[in-house]
Design a protein around this ligand. Sequence first.
Ligand code: APR
Ligand code: PHB
Length: 394
Amino acid sequence: MKQLRTQVGIVGAGPAGLLLGHLLHLEGIDSIIIERRSQEYVVERVRAGVLEQGTADLMTEAGVGERLQKEGMRHEGIFLAFEGARHRIDMAEATNGRAIYVYGQNEVAKDLNAARRASGRSLTYGVDNVSVYGYHSQAPSIRFEAQGELHEIACDFIAGCDGFHGVCRQSLPPEDVRIYGRTYPFAWLGILAEAPPSCDELVYSLHERGFALFSMRSPKITRLYLQCEPDEDLLQWPDDRIWEELNLRLQTSDGWKPNTGHILEKSVTGMRSFVAEPMRHGRLFLAGDAAHIVPPTGAKGLNLAASDVRNLSAALGAFYKNGKERLLMEYSAKSLRRVWKAQRFSWWMTSMLHLDLGANAFDRRRQIAELDYVTGSPAAMASLSENYTGMPLD
Ligand code: APR
Ligand code: PHB
């Protein structure tokens, strides 16, 4: 068995693992990152694409925001559409100038991957059979296989940044973990299309045929989603049917609709809310999707991963600097307070904007009244805006 040694062993090279590795590097702390998938898979997979103001600032302060500043699209507002009309919410005005940045999660992964390579610290893709040991002792370890050889990392701490299906949370005895969650009776069919965005900002639409979302990735690429069944069969969705349905659900009476073009990618994403508490188990810390999942309607997943690892890197930084464990002790409760606010917001956006077949006529009228309120009341717009652009990081 090949023996390795580091300060922090990081499982998973999604945004949580890569950003944690980078923030630790800036603190002068060594880490080893291991990832099950290939590098191509991690930097090419199409995921979310909205960065809160605080996430964008964090990347910039950490020296990995150069391309984000150039290519990321700053949006100061969003539209909510219902009953044939689009209503703009001016988020910057409501929050004293805060905004969001549309920048693909895979671009974030590319930038962080490049920073990791430049740091010279360890990052290994394509590992197998990862397992974690001894996190209730002072000397935890991680084992994995790479190129057919067994490896063991001796470390001071383990960071479980391995996503919802990862091994770290699933290694915990069930009695040590409290699980909270709900699944939704719908999913999103998402496409990426070679079509210039026909609107400068995102449009979230509730239509009698179901929810639809207009988003983008670049001045040439539109990203669109349709509410569908959780077990929706993509084979039933030829390109023409997707465009027809998107047009029906998105077009407004002023004549606006998305531009169409060649579809580059199609996929179905399930929707769930999930929290596993606590986020610390001895010397094993969970961060990002490993500890919590939000439905995508609030665009919070990537941003929660970023705020978790910001807390964790600060706590580990303080520990290595002066031996103080206070921030490590506070990591779980502090992160969870922000996570739960994002859970509430994501659940609220989801219930406001989706057609729930279990709902009755009263519920539908109430849903429209809610949208009418949110797009008409400065207080309600301010509340949506502060949540959408991101609650404070501290
Ligand atoms: N060993 C090593 N790596 C693993 C293992 C394992 N046993 N299991 C999973 N992984 C890897 C996955 O392949 C993935 O690359 O961990 C990584 C987790 O990354 P993400 O799922 O992207 O989760 P996270 O980094 O927390 O980022 C959260 O990603 O899922 C989106 O919308 C979500 O934007 C949010 C963000
Ligand atoms: C996206 O662009 O992929 C996106 C935007 C907003 C969301 C979810 C996804 O709420």
